[in-house]
Design a protein around this ligand. Structure first.
Ligand code: CTP
Length: 407
């Protein structure tokens, strides 16, 4: 990790683009400085219409920079990009995300983003209609694929009195994520999972009723895909067995599956050569006993759907696992979280059970954030407070890493 002027402090570039939420970046700046971080603020030209540079000048560790030609040095973008341990952009507007995803370097902030090799965190804030626009979502997918961490906006009141998704994430969540990314930067960079063979399952399975209908659940696959990406970043050889259409991170081998039966076949096969197996998928518990081979028609009347249980893949993996293989399960609960998670941990024979209360706000199915408790077969319990699914993935992998190389 680099540090500013040998002070030992981590060096963070705080990018601020032109949105109403720019005032919240002042709070992010203050809290990071309080936490012992060297903060170098970089505002876009238009951000100065929302917040004054004097405020950042007073609170940050160095003066605000805006243009490419502010510093005495002719190449300030290289200094910032090279010095940074992390770049955080809060708020990130539609325009900033588009320019960053497109590889533009037309101001100091985008130039720093393109010039840095440090981890990058972006915190979008915008109106709901803009957030939902495919161009914005595709730009974010592109950035995620390149390893950028995204803290999605929350719900609430927006500029102009509208209500919806688009509010900048809470400054405390942004600060906690920055500190966490800095704190584990070295472990991640050092490749603590170098050469570890890992299989991760993700997504909700689809159990056909007929060729056009199926039974499924609310799982998006985001947590499983985040785990695969994080494991790859940390040096593991990763196979992702997924029923989700989400993209997989670069370097991850993917088996696309649909049904519980497909997933069972892929997982049992892939697990044979794996050091670590993670069942993050939400496998359907029931499936139609017989799927129609042609479309059912209304005119035939309401069908009597007869269901049967699907195989419990995790329990089977538990029975078959080799000595030394680490097995991780997930428990999605709405009540009695710890009792149920511990019971599943024991009955399925796993080392770690990652439990989340899927009825809590911003947790579980389809959210970009999660809050979990990791239960260990040794009786341990690690609560992981609300954070991005990328950061939760790293917290889970920290536990896996500890099991692989006990100190
Ligand atoms: N799981 C599995 N095969 C199934 C059902 C679940 O491998 N047919 C795995 C999930 O991937 C998860 C763990 O078992 O890692 C727990 O899943 P969960 O749905 O929470 O529990 P269930 O075993 O389905 O029990 P219940 O329905 O009582 O909650």
């Amino acid at each position: 990790m680099t540090s500013e002027g040998g002070s030992g402090k981590p060096f963070v570039v705080l990018g601020v683009s032109a949105g109403i939420a720019a005032y919240k970046a002042i709070e992010v700046c203050r809290r990071l400085v309080d936490a012992g971080v060297h903060v170098a603020p970089v505002l876009t030209e238009r951000a100065t219409r929302f917040v004054g540079r004097a405020t950042f000048d007073a609170l940050a560790s160095e003066r605000v920079q805006i243009g490419l030609w502010d510093e005495a040095s002719p190449i300030p973008h290289t200094r910032l990009g090279q010095s940074a341990d992390l770049v955080v952009v809060a708020p990130a507007t539609v325009d900033l995300l588009a320019r960053y995803a497109g590889g533009f370097a037309d101001d100091l902030l985008t130039t720093t983003l393109v010039a840095t090799a440090a981890p990058v965190l972006v915190c979008p804030a915008m109106h709901t209609e803009m957030w939902e626009h495919p161009a914005v979502q595709e730009n974010l997918d592109t950035l995620r694929r390149r390893g950028v961490t995204v803290i999605p906006p929350g719900d609430g009141r927006l500029a102009g009195g509208d209500v919806g998704t688009g509010r900048l994430a809470d400054p405390s969540l942004i600060v906690a994520t920055v500190l966490e990314m800095l704190g584990r930067g070295e472990a991640v960079g050092a490749g603590d999972l170098d050469g570890v063979r890992m299989v991760v399952s993700a997504g909700g399975t689809r159990e056909p009723i007929d060729p056009v209908r199926f039974i499924t659940n609310r799982s998006s696959g985001k947590q499983g895909h985040a785990l695969a990406a994080a494991a790859r970043r940390r040096g593991a050889e990763v196979v992702l067995v997924t029923s989700s259409a989400l993209p997989a991170a670069q370097g991850v081998e993917v088996d696309r599956v649909e049904t519980a039966a497909d997933m069972e076949a892929a997982m049992l096969h892939r697990a044979e050569a794996a050091d670590v197996v993670v069942m993050a998928a939400a496998v359907a518990d029931f499936r139609p006993k017989e799927a129609g081979t042609s479309k059912m028609h209304k005119s035939d009347g309401v069908p009597d759907l007869v269901l049967e249980a699907t195989p419990d893949i995790l329990a089977e993996l538990g029975r078959r696992r080799r000595p030394g293989q680490v097995l991780v399960g997930f428990a999605a609960e709405t009540e009695q979280l710890s009792d149920r998670a511990r019971a599943k941990l024991a009955s399925k024979g796993v080392d770690l059970m990652v439990a989340n209360d899927v009825s809590a706000p911003a947790v579980g199915f389809d959210h970009d954030t999660n809050e979990v408790t990791i239960f260990g077969a040794d009786g341990s319990m690690f609560p992981v407070a609300l954070r991005t699914k990328d950061a939760v993935a790293d917290a889970i992998l920290d536990r896996v890493s500890a099991l692989l190389s006990p100190s």
